[in-house]
Every structure is written in C-alpha cells, then in structure tokens.
Design a protein around this ligand. Structure first.
Ligand SMILES: [Zn+2]
Ligand SMILES: [Zn+2]
Length: 66
C-alpha cells in the first residue's frame, strides 16, 4: 500500500466504512459508531454526544431537545 502524502494517516475507525451517519452523512466503520439511546439512530464518532451524568450516547438532534 502506498501512503498518500496529502492525507495524514488516520486510524481504521476514522476511515470510511459501511455505515452512513444520518446527521453528517459521513461514512464510518460500524464498529466505531454509536446508537442514540433516544431515537435508536446510528451515530458516527464525529457526531456522537455523550451525556456526562448518565453516560448515554445521543445524536445531535436529541441533544438539542434535551
Ligand atoms: Zn456524523
Ligand atoms: Zn437521537
């Protein structure tokens, strides 16, 4: 594999995967993703919001409602 010098090497979980985030439409690895405890939507590692008190993972939409 040749390394493209214009893009920094990223860990496997930041590389494009099979899942598409409904919030930002980025593709991500399912193993690195989360699910919103409120609406059960998949969330990518970039969008996920972890609530401090409950340590629940929610999507940006549900965080705004909370
Ligand atoms: Zn996202
Ligand atoms: Zn949600």
């Amino acid at each position: 594999m040749t390394q493209d010098s214009t893009t920094p090497a990223s860990p496997w979980w930041l590389q494009a995967g099979d899942e598409e985030c409904p919030s930002c439409l980025r593709r991500y690895h399912v193993d690195a993703g989360y699910y919103c405890v409120h609406c059960d939507q998949p969330i990518c590692p970039f969008c996920v919001v972890e609530l401090r008190e409950s340590r629940e993972t929610v999507c940006p939409g549900c965080q705004e409602e909370a």
